[in-house]
Design a protein around this ligand. Structure first.
Ligand code: HPA
Ligand code: ZN
Length: 330
């Protein structure tokens, strides 16, 4: 009964959040109107009804369509600010946010427009909401490595604002091995490296992300339990997995929440963490992800706290700030 209260009371870090995936229908309609864009849906309700997915691709098609409404710096600012306010209410104190520049630059929106809007909202949240942040630029894996290189180039004037690079979008058929050179170049510019792997794709993609891309964190990684050797590697090298339970159910990566692997992962000593991925599309932000998972898997308070601690552990905060947050969880 007080599970929700316990979860809300714990300070949390969000490490797997696509800012475009926090675009709530209400804000989407509002921005569409002021930008004179006509959406394919005539009401917020009919749009919400379309949010039923059988796999990752069905979601991505709608997610990229929604993002087309974003044209100006103010739009990116409003999107980011709305997200930060929402999670502030949920006792999220640190965020590491993904953005997909190519989703916008491919439509003729400048990299500068995108990042300025996002950055200004993050800075305001730091000042006014006391939320710390990191920013992660994600390459779209359904596009070519050459396209990713162009994005890397565009990011360089802003590299002081960007902490890392990631890899997202359609996983199957677009293995990490496709992006070896651009990840190497990104690291040379000082970016930290992460990649989505093993969400829908096979366990091999997780190995590739580690061995070929040299990532320091895996986004999703659900499939790792298929491979005991991989599990040992993740534990030994302390490679965190940023899991997104409501996303996994919404995209049918698992058939029901009761089947979520996170409890087993904790048992095996993996630094597993819980996040919201694309909360506007998958039915919940951080607290809902914690709550639904804890309820379905019967997690006890110690396990819930471990998940929150793991997220600070897995974050890119300095070790003294990590320690401070971890003490606040306990
Ligand atoms: N997986 C891959 N790409 C994405 C996702 C996801 O869950 N969300 C936004 N882009
Ligand atoms: Zn994701």
């Amino acid at each position: 009964p007080n599970l929700k209260k316990v979860i809300k009371g714990i300070p949390k870090a969000e490490l797997h959040l696509h800012i475009e995936g926090s675009f709530e229908p209400e804000l989407m309609f509002q921005i569409a109107k002021r930008n004179n864009i006509i959406l394919d849906y005539d009401s917020i309700d009919s749009l919400k009804k379309a949010y039923q997915f059988n796999n990752l691709q069905e979601f991505l098609d709608i997610y990229y369509t929604g993002a087309k409404v974003l044209l100006y710096e103010q739009d990116f600012y409003d999107l980011t600010w709305a997200y930060l306010n929402k999670v502030h209410d949920q006792n999220v104190v640190h965020v590491e946010v993904f953005f997909d520049p190519q989703t916008h630059t491919d439509r003729g929106v400048d990299f500068a427009v995108v990042i300025n809007g996002i950055y200004k909202a993050l800075e305001k949240a730091k000042q006014e909401l006391n939320i710390s942040y990191k920013l992660i630029m994600s390459y779209l894996r359904h596009l070519s490595e050459e396209e990713a290189f162009k994005t890397l180039e565009s990011s360089l004037p802003y590299k002081d604002w960007i902490d890392g690079v990631g890899l997202d979008s359609s996983e199957i058929g677009n293995p990490p091995s496709k992006f070896v050179q651009v990840f190497k170049a990104s690291a040379k510019h000082g970016y930290k490296l992460v990649a989505h792997a093993g969400e829908e794709g096979p366990v091999d993609y997780i190995w590739e992300a580690l061995d070929l891309l040299k990532v320091i964190r895996i986004d999703h990684g659900n499939r790792c339990l298929d491979d005991e050797k991989l599990v040992q590697r993740l534990v030994k090298e302390k490679i965190p997995l940023t899991l997104c339970p409501l996303s996994n159910v919404a995209l049918k990566v698992i058939s029901k929440m009761e089947e979520h692997p996170v409890a087993k992962m904790l048992e095996k000593g993996i630094i597993a963490t819980i996040h919201s991925d694309d909360p506007a599309y998958f039915g919940g932000y951080m607290n809902a992800n914690f709550y639904e998972t804890a309820k379905a898997l019967n997690l006890n308070k110690r396990q819930i706290m471990q998940l929150a601690i793991n997220a600070f552990e897995a974050s890119w905060l300095s070790s003294n700030v990590k320690e401070k947050h971890i003490l606040e969880v306990k």
